[in-house]
Design a protein around this ligand. Structure first.
Ligand code: MRU
Length: 337
């Protein structure tokens, strides 16, 4: 059974709404965001999440605030709050800066949103050759339509490969601690009618050893010039496991996720989130309330562990020190529209 894609962000007639992803898979509820507090909170609490989707939402948010706030000082402070709501995914700052530099902020936000839909289609087309028939895949976190406000990056490519007749089967890491895999990826795959199996994150090693996995494909929040890639915590471990088992490890990400000013992953800011996300499970205590916790939301996978990166401009391969800077010289996605 296939259902219509979920809409992560909607803007129409001056009304900005987002799908509250915290409520999935139980409820599909659109919520309106009017103020800087509401916009910032939606991003910080992961009601809107996924690197490209927070970029699209932040872009609309800033455009909306420009109309709502008459004082320039107040507007500039509000725009910075939105821009800095989450530090790791470069798409948010990139999209807000694009809107701030434009003459018609609403039109620019709409362009960023439309571009994302085209970009996702292009990524899916480019990725098709990476999937063998009956591909058995591991993915991590959530990179579907709700994570990009388009068709999805890695998960969009998986869905498109299945539509193209490749008959894929996907092992989905639950993605501790916020369970984006269990709550969102399984939901999107089942909505798309694709065979999907949930596993705990620590089952990835034995899955690679015993389940005939053909490839790993997942998304990114920021990619440095040398291919070092920040993505959801657990990605780095998966890349090491994939290298050990000789399984190709692919990242799918739009050009807006590349940080061409960053030479390596060492400088990528890693968001650390609240201890309660780890000390509690489904609202109930799972560790003592004073237990010290280390809760990085992302890790950085060294570029040498990444087989290839799928972009809207095609597949980028090592040596990344040459192929990624070459991507910087490509025109922005507007030309794809
Ligand atoms: O903390 P999240 O859920 O926003 O983290 C999201 C990820 O790590 C995704 O893999 C990444 O943003 C790519 S989304 C197409």
């Amino acid at each position: 059974m296939q259902s219509a894609a979920l809409e992560a962000v909607r803007y129409s007639g001056g009304v900005l709404e987002y799908l509250d992803q915290r409520l999935l898979p139980q409820q599909e509820r659109m919520v309106r965001a009017r103020t800087v507090d509401e916009i910032e909170t939606a991003i910080k609490t992961l009601a809107v999440r996924g690197a490209p989707a927070i970029g699209v939402f932040g872009a609309y948010g800033v455009a909306l605030l420009r109309d709502a706030l008459t004082s320039d000082n107040e507007f500039n402070a509000a725009a910075q709050r939105v821009r800095n709501a989450r530090p790791t995914a470069v798409n948010l700052a990139w999209a807000v800066d694009r809107v701030l530099a434009s003459h018609d902020m609403v039109a620019e936000a709409e362009t960023i949103h439309r571009e994302q839909q085209t970009i996702d289609l292009r990524m899916a087309e480019a990725a098709l050759e990476l999937f063998p028939m009956n591909a058995r895949i591991i993915t991590h976190c959530n990179t579907g339509p709700i994570a990009t406000a388009g068709g999805g990056s890695a998960l969009g490519a998986i869905i498109a490969a299945d539509r193209a007749g490749k008959r894929v089967s996907v092992y989905v890491n639950e993605t501790r601690p916020l369970l984006q895999g269990a709550r969102l990826t399984i939901y999107e795959l089942h909505r798309a009618g694709i065979e999907a199996t949930l596993m705990v994150d620590s089952a990835a090693a034995i899955a690679m050893q015993r389940q005939k996995i053909d490839l790993i494909i997942l998304g990114a929040d920021r990619i440095a010039r040398n291919g070092d890639t920040a993505n959801k915590i657990g990605t780095y471990g998966l890349a090491i496991l994939a290298a050990h088992h000789g399984i190709p490890f692919y990242v799918a990400a739009p050009r807006s996720t590349f940080d061409f000013h960053m030479n390596s992953g060492a400088g990528i800011p890693i968001e650390e989130r609240h201890a309660t996300e780890v000390r509690e499970f489904a609202g109930a205590a799972s560790a003592g309330e004073k237990t010290p916790v280390y809760n990085p939301a992302f890790d950085v996978t060294p570029g040498h562990l990444i087989t290839a990166i799928v972009t809207e401009y095609g597949i980028v391969r090592p040596p990344y020190g040459e192929s990624i800077p070459a991507l910087a010289d490509r025109p922005n996605a507007g030309v794809l529209l």
